[in-house]
Design a protein around this ligand. Structure first.
Ligand code: HEM
Ligand code: NAG
Ligand code: NAG
Length: 361
């Protein structure tokens, strides 16, 4: 009898797998499994042309990716347990209540991208929460070697302002960052996974005298350079001396956040950090998983529709492995993962690497 049941089950499962899933053609070449996703294609086209400068991994992409975090991390499990409102997560509240949330200290500078994005969200009549996550996913798909992030559609447009102090600061201790992020549901390793975002990132406000100063030498590439460069011994401040939340960086034209430097060296996070240095593919996989979680914080996921098929397939990475910047050697690496030796890396040829600033337009 057991055998018959198993056989019947196998037959059923095989039939289900073989059955062609429903496909809906939105427009020529654009096929999805749920018709509700079709409306995102015109939004995609509009964003690529009019927000991301024809599909670039530039400033607007970086800012849009940062915004996904600053909206979503307004969320607190401990507040929820106590019956207090700790923020609605990825709910668009940072756009709906920009006059409140963008004045929080940790949100310094996000007002710009909120105001740039808002007219797009209004024009296409989608919720602010959906729009912010969609724009971040589309933007980062433009980066060389980028992830193809999951995009779930259907967040409510109704939200309440998140409370202050949910967004980590670069001057925070590792304990404080682990505690705050843990309260949003992220493990120490998942925090590192989210910080993969800083491979396509620059600052305007930590040292306001040098806006557009990147965190690694390749801010338009979703590559592992960030993970090796943050582990190099710091030697200089790229701008006007030391600022709050800043430590010495190893390269002229590059800035180092204190939080990135400390997480790279802390025993709780160092091994996850180092694991990406020679594994770009792993980095992409881990970022996709962590962002899938971040982008639906506070949302009833069973009520959302998976429209990930609308997100473009990113261009392939140049290499799976980071290089030591020209002029550096393994002796400059402050390896901090006790369990695994630091991988042997090639050094880029030529004169010492310097990084070009891209001042905001
Ligand atoms: C410990 C947590 C984090 C801290 C302390 C932190 C801090 C910062 C700071 C200080 C900046 C520079 C902002 C400016 O001066 O203009 C920045 C930029 C950025 N952050 Fe983070 N961040 C964290 C986590 C994240 C996460 C989880 C994401 C996304 C998933 C993210 C994405 C970005 C991006 C893309 C930029 C570059 C923005 C641009 O180039 O305009 N960050 N971050
Ligand atoms: C979302 O809410 C804002 C107000 O916060 C409103 O201006 C906008 O029209 C709403 N969008 C949709 C699609 O309902
Ligand atoms: C540079 O930093 C010093 C103090 O560290 C400050 O007095 C000065 O105003 C800064 N310069 C600029 C251009 O911000």
């Amino acid at each position: 009898m057991a055998f018959k049941v198993v056989l019947a089950l196998v037959t059923l499962v095989t039939a289900a797998l073989a059955a062609p899933s429903k496909r809906v053609t939105c427009s020529p070449g654009r096929v999805v499994s749920n018709a509700a996703c079709c409306k995102w294609f015109p939004i995609l086209d509009d964003l690529q042309t009019n927000l991301f400068d024809g599909g670039q991994c530039g400033e607007e992409t970086h800012e849009s990716l940062r915004l996904t975090f600053h909206d979503a991390i307004g969320f607190s499990l401990s507040a929820e347990r106590r019956g207090i409102f700790g923020g609605g997560g990825a709910d668009g509240s940072i756009m709906a209540f920009a006059e409140i949330e963008t004045n929080f200290h940790a949100n310094n500078g996000v007002d710009g991208i909120v105001e740039v994005q808002r007219p797009f969200a209004l024009k296409h009549q989608v919720s602010f929460g959906d729009f912010i996550q969609f724009a971040g996913a589309v933007g980062v798909s433009n980066c060389l070697g980028g992830p193809r992030l999951q995009f779930m559609a259907g967040r409510s447009n109704i939200s309440r302002p998140a409370p202050d102090l949910t967004v980590p600061e670069p001057s925070d201790s590792v304990d404080k960052i682990l505690e705050r992020m843990g309260d949003a549901g992220f493990s120490p390793s998942e925090i590192v996974d989210l910080l993969i975002s800083h491979t396509v990132a620059a600052q305007d406000h930590v040292d306001p005298t040098i806006p557009g100063t990147p965190f690694d030498s390749t801010p338009a590439e979703f590559d592992p350079q960030f993970f090796v460069e943050t582990l190099l011994q710091g030697t200089l401040f790229p701008g006007n001396g030391s600022n709050v939340g800043e430590l010495e960086s190893p390269l002229a034209g590059e800035i180092r956040l204190q939080s990135d430097a400390l997480l790279a060296r802390d025993p709780r996070t160092a091994c996850e950090w180092q694991s990406f240095v020679s594994n770009q593919a792993l980095m992409v996989k881990k970022f996709e998983a962590a962002m899938a979680k971040l982008s639906v914080l506070g949302q009833k996921t069973h009520e959302l529709i998976d429209c990930s098929e609308v997100i473009p397939v990113p261009p392939l990475a140049k290499s799976n492995v980071a290089v030591l910047p020209a002029g550096k050697s393994l002796a400059d690496v402050q390896a901090a993962c006790a369990a695994t030796p630091f991988p042997t890396l090639q050094t880029a040829p030529g004169p010492a690497t310097t990084v070009a600033r891209v001042p905001p337009s």
